[in-house]
Design a protein around this ligand. Sequence first.
Ligand SMILES: Cc1cc2nc3c(=O)[nH]c(=O)nc-3n(C[C@H](O)[C@H](O)[C@H](O)COP(=O)(O)OP(=O)(O)OC[C@H]3O[C@@H](n4cnc5c(N)ncnc54)[C@H](O)[C@@H]3O)c2cc1C
Length: 355
Amino acid sequence: MKKLVLLGGGYGNMRVLHRLLPNNLPEDVSITLIDRVPYHCLKTEYYALAAGTVSDQEVRVPFPEHQRLELKYGEITGIDLEKKLVHLDEGEPVPYDDLVIGLGCEDKYHNIPGAKEYTHSIQNIEKARKTYQTLNNLPANSVVSIVGGGLSGVELASELRESREDLVIKLFDRGKIILSAFPERVSRYVQNWFQTNGVEVINGANITKVEDRTLFNHDEPVHTDVIVWTAGIQPNRIVRELDVEKDKQGRVVLTKYHNIPVDEHVYVVGDCASLPYAPSAQLAEGQADQIVHVLQKRWSGQELPAELPTIKLKGVLGSLGKKQGFGLMAERAITGRIARILKSGILWMYKYHNG
Ligand SMILES: Cc1cc2nc3c(=O)[nH]c(=O)nc-3n(C[C@H](O)[C@H](O)[C@H](O)COP(=O)(O)OP(=O)(O)OC[C@H]3O[C@@H](n4cnc5c(N)ncnc54)[C@H](O)[C@@H]3O)c2cc1C
């Protein structure tokens, strides 16, 4: 029996499972999935979990069940590529024949003093829950600062606005205008939404230091009761510590078949993989489809195609609370209610399809 081990049950490896199970897993292959959390977490919804507008249960999806799928829950502490072993905080190391590393990402603090120590996070479920508790226990008129005006910062600020009308919310963004990676029409729409809904957007920000309840913007102190960090990501620590080639962002450089160049049995999926697009759940799923294709060919001794097709991405959708949204679909900017309805529909489909 060959053993496929999946590290992390996020968007990438959940797609691997769904493509192989129940009927496409060769008879002589078994799967072990290892995650610290005993269900698949909908990370794209952590902004709503943190804001307190959805319950914890709404961001969980059960893993599939299958005779040849073993689910192992624990903390992965390291990968020994030489011995083909995965180390956990408890119990025996887990051997593999094929490995797919899909451990997602963590906050990146850009060496800003105090940022790690004094800010809250929405990068994993445990931290998002803690952020939820802190934000929702705040007394009236408290000040919340969100650092980083990308997709997750914008979604958190708007959702929190709807959740807590009494809070003073500040969103610090480096760019001249929010969501600078989007078309200007989208950025303006979002910036206007914040203005209308009483979220203060601080453009051209440069956070130089963070202390307990104080943020330093261009070295000027700004009092704040809670700070949430959404200003950058980096691959998971386990991957950062792997002795393999990485790109400038610390993501693992892969062959066109998504395995590391020195071992065709070790694949990396999702936020930890160096790909020519910004990391996203959608990208992780598209890449996972290709990894499954490669695995199946290799398992059956078939030749691999000379090239894999380009991963097709449909676009990006963001929410502004429960009623408005924005995005880019097939390279067209969309804003307003329709964008929000589309986003909710995609989430519903994902949960229904995977649940
Ligand atoms: C607020 C927010 C909104 C977003 N919105 C969108 C969106 O609208 N569209 C989109 O496409 N993308 C969005 N993203 C990005 C998307 O969530 C990620 O790109 C995606 O989750 C990456 O998938 P992955 O499979 O690489 O890892 P993840 O989905 O992050 O899964 C990683 C898994 O590894 C497990 N794990 C990590 N470390 C360990 C360890 N040491 N031991 C055991 N288990 C471990 C975790 O528990 C987790 O289950 C959003 C992200 C955030 C934070």
